[in-house]
Write a protein that binds this ligand. Structure first.
Ligand SMILES: Nc1ncnc2c1ncn2[C@@H]1O[C@H](COP(=O)(O)OP(=O)(O)OP(=O)(O)O)[C@@H](O)[C@H]1O
Length: 270
C-alpha cells in the first residue's frame, strides 16, 4: 500500500514537555449566516500536546467554530492552519493526510446504530486504510482497551450501551487512526458526575501518554478544573481570553467572572 503522508504525526505527538508548538491556528475568522455574523475576526492558537477547553455562552458559536475548523462550515474570512498547513491550500492527498491526523467525537457520540462497537471503530480504518480484516479487528480491540471498555463491548450495538460506554466507544473511533489531535464536542454532557469524572481522567491520561492534543468544547466546570491545561472563552464573536484557570479567575470580563466565580465553581474550587 502506498500512502502519501504529509503529516508526520509523531512530530506533533511528542511535544508535550517541549517548546510550545502551534498545532492549530485560527486567524481572523469571520463566519456569517445570512445577515447574522456569528464569528467576527476570531483568533485562536492551540498548542501541541495540550488539553484545551473551549467554552462560552450558549449560542455563542462554539459548534460553528468547530465545524469551520473541520471544514464542514464555510467561512467568509480568515485562515485556518492545521499542522502548519493552510487547509484551503491543500490538494486532495494533503487534505486526506490532515484528516487522518485528526479525530472527532461529535455530541451524542454519533455512532452508527446498525454497526456494533468494533465495526463503528473500524469505519475510519475502512475509509482511509487498506488493511486486512484480521489486522483491523486487532487494532479496534486495542482501541477498545485503550478507552477502558471491556472486550465484550466490541460486539454490542449502540442501543445496548450506557451513555458512558457510548462516549468511550465514540472516543475509540476518534482514536482509530492514531490522530495527533482530537476534537471533542461536549463529551461529558449527559453523563452522571462519576461517569464524567472518569471520562475526564481518561482524556487526561490519553493526552499525557499519547502526546495527544485535545480540543474540547464543554460546559462542564469539573472538566475545566480537572483536565484542561488551558481554556479559551468565546464571547462577542471572538476569543475573549485564553489561558489557565488562574488566568480565568482574574479575568475581568463579566461572563467569565460569573462562570468561574459562581456558586458551582466555588464548590469545585473548595
Ligand atoms: N447552519 C446554520 N445556519 C444558520 N445559522 C446557524 C447555523 N449553524 C449555527 N447557526 C447559528 O449560529 C449561532 C451559534 O451557534 P452554535 O451552535 O455554534 O452555538 P454554541 O456556542 O455551540 O451553543 P451551545 O453551547 O448551545 O451548543 C446560533 O445563533 C445558531 O443559530
Amino acid at each position: 500500500m502506498e500512502e502519501e503522508q504529509t503529516v508526520d504525526k509523531t512530530e506533533w505527538q511528542s511535544t508535550h514537555a517541549g517548546e510550545r508548538k502551534v498545532i492549530l491556528s485560527a486567524e481572523d475568522i469571520t463566519v456569517r449566516f445570512g445577515s447574522q455574523t456569528v464569528l467576527d475576526g476570531l483568533d485562536l492558537d492551540v498548542y501541541a500536546g495540550e488539553v484545551l477547553g473551549f467554552i462560552g455562552p450558549s449560542g455563542a458559536g462554539k459548534s460553528v467554530l468547530l465545524r469551520t475548523i473541520l471544514g464542514l462550515n464555510k467561512k467568509q474570512g480568515g485562515t485556518i492552519k492545521l499542522f502548519d498547513q493552510n487547509i484551503e491550500e491543500l490538494d486532495q492527498d494533503e487534505r486526506k493526510a490532515i484528516d487522518m491526523a485528526m479525530g472527532v467525537l461529535f455530541q451524542q457520540g454519533a455512532l452508527f446504530s446498525s454497526l456494533n462497537v468494533l465495526e463503528n471503530i473500524q469505519v475510519p480504518m475502512r475509509e482511509y486504510l487498506n488493511m486486512p480484516k484480521a489486522l483491523m479487528d486487532e487494532l479496534a480491540m486495542l482501541k477498545i482497551e485503550m478507552v477502558g471498555l471491556a472486550p465484550e463491548a466490541a460486539w454490542k450495538f449502540p442501543d445496548e450501551l450506557s451513555g458512558g460506554m457510548i462516549k468511550r466507544a465514540a472516543l475509540a473511533r476518534a482514536l482509530a487512526l492514531d490522530p495527533a489531535i482530537v476534537f471533542l464536542d461536549e463529551p461529558t454532557s449527559g453523563l452522571d458526575p462519576i461517569g464524567a469524572a472518569d471520562f475526564d481522567e481518561l482524556v487526561g491520561q490519553l493526552s499525557k501518554t499519547l502526546g495527544l492534543t485535545v480540543y474540547m468544547v464543554t460546559h462542564d466546570l469539573d472538566s475545566l478544573f480537572s483536565v484542561c491545561d488551558r481554556i479559551a472563552v468565546l464571547g462577542n464573536k471572538k476569543v475573549l481570553v485564553a489561558g489557565t484557570i488562574d488566568d480565568m479567575l482574574v479575568c475581568e470580563d463579566e461572563w467569565v467572572q460569573s462562570y468561574f466565580n459562581g456558586k458551582r465553581a466555588r464548590q469545585i474550587k473548595r
